[in-house]
Design a protein. Sequence first.
Length: 368
Amino acid sequence: MHDIHASPGLWALAWRRLRADRVAMAAMAIVGAFLLMLVLSASGLIVADWEDEVAVNYAPPAFLGIAAEPLAGAVPAASQPSAVPENEFDPLAADIRELKSEMTSRPTQDVDMYGVKDPLAPEMKELRAGMAKAERQAHIERKPSLLFGADKWGHDVIKKTIKGAETSIIVGLVAALVAVGLGTLFGAFSGYYGGLVDDFFNWFYSIFTSIPSILMILTVAAVLQQKGIATIVLILGLTGWTGPYRLIRAEYIKHKAREYVMAADAIGASAWRKMFSHIFPNVSHVALVQMSILVVGFIKAEVILSFLGFGVPVGVVSWGSMLNEAQNELILGKWWQLTSAAVAMAILVTAFSLFTDALRDALDPKVK
């Protein structure tokens, strides 16, 4: 039988304290909503059509009304060129009609008329598909205004913001996981073994902390020289492990001399088992809090990197790339893309920060 008077564990007490904090629960609900939005966006259930040009260039938000006149260079839908009618008196009409029919049926084939495999068939097929998509969109009547406005390409800003949130949040979460994983691994070895191992990791830690973080991030970005989400994750993960390392190392130094570790040593447990099966569960709350702190910092760092041109490549949208585009739009008085990305980022970062503070207090055993 279970003892009904058993004392609650660390996580049960932390959850009890967390539920008593209304601000923390509200912040957790907001963070949960963003994570749900991330899953739906990544699975394609929402905003899968964010690249569709559904509005005119720089379509204003609906509450501002319709723009007075189209921008220079914009082609009205009514004036777009239509297909040229066939001339019935053209002596080559039959030959042209046959050639068009052959070109239409050829995209599904990988060989030419002589039976030779065409090495450019896949590229030509992709090019034809892109041209067909562009032609279909050219005949779609673009809206003069949207609920939250449109960017210079006519993309819906709110859909673009949701898609950008997917990129920024994934970068923040995965990079924080990498940084905390490295910091925990280095801190565990350094704190448990001590001696030369501790000296080596402290020397390594001193090198990273002696260089300003932004310079370190830009240096790693310049060395990698390849844009992409994986590159940003590596940049942030390889430069952000120092904070978790310092705290985890101190916890391991404190716990390795306690009775339960000595008991594990007496029964012949290996060093790896003592570090990660016995000590780590008792210091995991430190790693969890550090990860939640780093997620906020890395989301902001991704925005800065993308804004400076070291972030996501062309064709991938993030909050940073949206802010990079918006700096040119502000000159034209188009502020809605900047506002949408900035407000979304401010809401998430604020909610995550409040939740992190509440989680740190809830996991602190000194707080009653």
